[in-house]
Design a protein around this ligand. Structure first.
Ligand SMILES: Nc1ncnc2c1ncn2[C@@H]1O[C@H](COP(=O)(O)OP(=O)(O)OP(=O)(O)O)[C@@H](O)[C@H]1O
Ligand SMILES: N[C@@H](CCO)C(=O)O
Length: 290
């Protein structure tokens, strides 16, 4: 039987949860492992920029975890748009670790996978929900990763996915290299209350605090000009929150389920170039079938 790995997309930060909070959503990367071969071959239609050989991030990750793996032919299909703030790189890294785990029979625990994935990605906010599903709050310090998974309170999710890419590396370049002590205290207090509100199911309070992020959104706004108008429309139409998903450029609107259709049609009327997608929370994380 064929080994198939299915990994969800993820939306990181949720405003002030910079580098530490993420939500799994129902868009998927699917990796089907076919026959053993002389060399790695990845069959995909993700464009010429994505390598079809051992340079593909999937294989690079798998070989980093288990260098002796035998090459295989692999079919890769993805609904997760690349470099748009929906965790495409994390989905591949998580799939690569699982590929090594399965082919190399490594017996990795979920915690091991999170530690490895965080080391490769640099922060746990996308890889953690890609592994566990749901809402995950995680940190990593000196190679030690901690995480808490929680159900997401009921909310509609509307993603505006611009038709331009924004690489995480470029979006991190506009962030400050230092933060004054008082500012750091204020930023983390906002994040703490936002998380407490999410964990107690208070989407109204969570949404207010998500809009008050001090860590990254104000610096990145210039890279995603649509965010100001989308936030204004969301605010006037009763959304809970509007935030930059991951490093952007996707803008996520969280809103009561009965307000999503109205907000969607108001956003459509703006004529922004891109896609508007209604999403739902993935509650499972990575699936392995064989
Ligand atoms: N299926 C894939 N196979 C191989 N490489 C991929 C795949 N998906 C994404 N990548 C690599 O990851 C890069 C995008 O990573 P980047 O961190 O910039 O954005 P993202 O992960 O989509 O967004 P974010 O981290 O903000 O949520 C792509 O340019 C490509 O190099
Ligand atoms: N927390 C990360 C997510 C994207 O990898 C960022 O905002 O840069």
């Amino acid at each position: 039987m064929t080994l198939t790995l299915t990994v969800p997309a993820t939306s990181a930060n949720l405003g002030p949860g910079f580098d530490s909070v993420g939500l799994a959503v129902k868009l998927y990367l699917t990796v089907e492992v076919l026959e053993q071969a002389d060399h790695w071959e990845i069959v995909h239609d993700l464009g010429a920029e994505v390598p079809s050989d051992a340079r593909n991030l999937l294989v690079e990750t798998a070989l980093q975890v288990s260098p002796g793996l035998k090459p295989h032919k692999i079919k890769m299909v993805s609904d997760i748009p690349l470099a748009r703030g929906l965790g495409s790189s994390s989905s591949v890294i998580v799939a690569g670790i699982e590929l090594a785990n399965q082919l190399g029979q490594l017996g990795l625990s979920a915690a091991d996978k999170l530690t490895i994935a965080t080391k490769i990605e640099g922060h746990p906010d996308n890889v953690a929900p890609a592994i566990f599903g749901n809402l995950v709050i995680a940190n990593s310090i000196n190679g030690k990763t901690n995480h808490v998974t929680a159900p997401m309170p009921e909310t509609g999710l509307l993603a505006f996915i611009p038709d331009y890419e924004l690489k995480t590396s470029d979006s991190r370049k506009v962030l400050p290299s230092e933060f004054a002590y008082q500012e750091a205290v204020a930023a983390s207090a906002i994040a703490n209350v936002a998380i407490a509100a999410l964990l107690t199911g208070d989407m109204v309070l969570a949404g207010q605090l998500m809009a008050e992020d001090l860590f990254h959104e104000s610096y990145r706004g210039q890279l995603v000009p649509e965010v100001t108008k989308i936030r204004e429309i969301g605010y006037r139409s009763g959304a809970y929150a509007t935030y930059l998903s991951g490093a952007g450029p996707t803008v996520m609107v969280m809103a009561p389920l009965d307000k999503v259709a109205t907000i969607k049609s108001k956003l459509e009327a703006q004529g922004f170039s891109g896609q508007l997608l209604e999403l739902a929370v993935d509650t499972q994380g990575i699936r392995v079938s064989k």
